[in-house]
Write a protein that binds this ligand. Structure first.
Ligand code: 13P
Length: 250
């Protein structure tokens, strides 16, 4: 059975006190979420210790939004996977399209980051997805296959077991324009089939989340699809009641 997951990506929003409040509300409302749905909060670095104190001992897990591609040392401003593990953090979002686009995140760097996170027993939530012009040119399968093969195919099966994938079409992020459930299912199935080329049956065990304008009104239809195992939620994760409503949509 694949894990059902609803993960919030707060991005660069909220100050610490607001993040703590949001986490408290989610923890409070999480009692109404079915026990087989994993809730994850993706907070900014400076919030992590404070939010960890809120979610510690609850079923809600904590995620960072990035980590360094080096182990330690003279890398001013960077945060290592080991530092995240010391918070503690269970997940880290890696390869988000905003980081690929604005911060020069390459597949090569992502291989390093994923390995460092896994070495610290942190599960990467690895993001893939095509841009609008790539979708319009009919290149979305090719783009996503390259993001999967160049990064995840370098891992062992043992490592892959601890990776979560998020498919986020760039044209659907923060635009209010969601992929249709058919479009999302089609590419989720394609991602699973691609994984199977390298990992065989293990592909059936990997959770693949959908991200991009996912909200309470469309989550049910998306999560009903065979290969959609949950969501990576941006805007709607900043409102506890919306985030929890999404998690109740399975
Ligand atoms: P929105 O839900 O705001 O479209 O963001 C999706 C996303 O980028 C999650 O990582």
């Amino acid at each position: 059975m694949r894990k059902k997951i609803v993960a919030g990506n707060w991005k660069m929003n909220t100050v610490i006190a607001e993040g703590v409040e949001l986490a408290k509300e989610v923890v409070k409302e999480s009692a109404s979420v079915p026990a087989d749905v994993k809730l994850i909060l993706g907070a900014p670095f400076v919030h992590l210790t404070s939010v960890a104190a809120v979610v510690g001992g609850t079923s809600v897990a904590l995620s960072a939004q990035n980590c360094a591609d080096e182990v330690k040392g003279a890398y001013t401003g960077e945060v290592s996977a080991k530092m995240l593990a010391s918070v503690p953090v269970e997940y880290v979002i890696l390869g988000h399209s905003e980081r690929r686009e604005y911060y020069g995140e390459t597949n090569e760097k992502l291989v390093k980051k994923i390995n460092l996170a896994l070495a610290e027993k942190i599960s990467p939530i690895y993001c893939v997805g095509e841009k609008l012009e790539e979708r319009e040119a009919g290149k979305h399968f090719e783009v996503v296959a390259a993001q999967i093969k160049e990064v995840l195919f370098t891992l062992t099966a043992e490592q892959m077991k601890n990776v979560v994938i998020a498919y986020e079409p760039v044209w659907a992020i923060g635009t209010g324009k969601t992929a249709t459930s058919e479009q999302a299912q089609e590419i989720h199935a394609f991602i699973r089939a691609t994984l199977a080329e390298q990992f065989g049956e293990l592909a059936q065990e990997i959770s693949i989340l959908y991200g991009g304008s996912c909200k309470p009104s469309n989550a049910k239809e998306l999560f009903a699809q065979k290969d959609i195992d949950g969501g990576l939620i941006g805007g709607a994760s900043l409102v506890a009641s919306d985030f929890v409503a999404i998690a109740k949509s399975f």
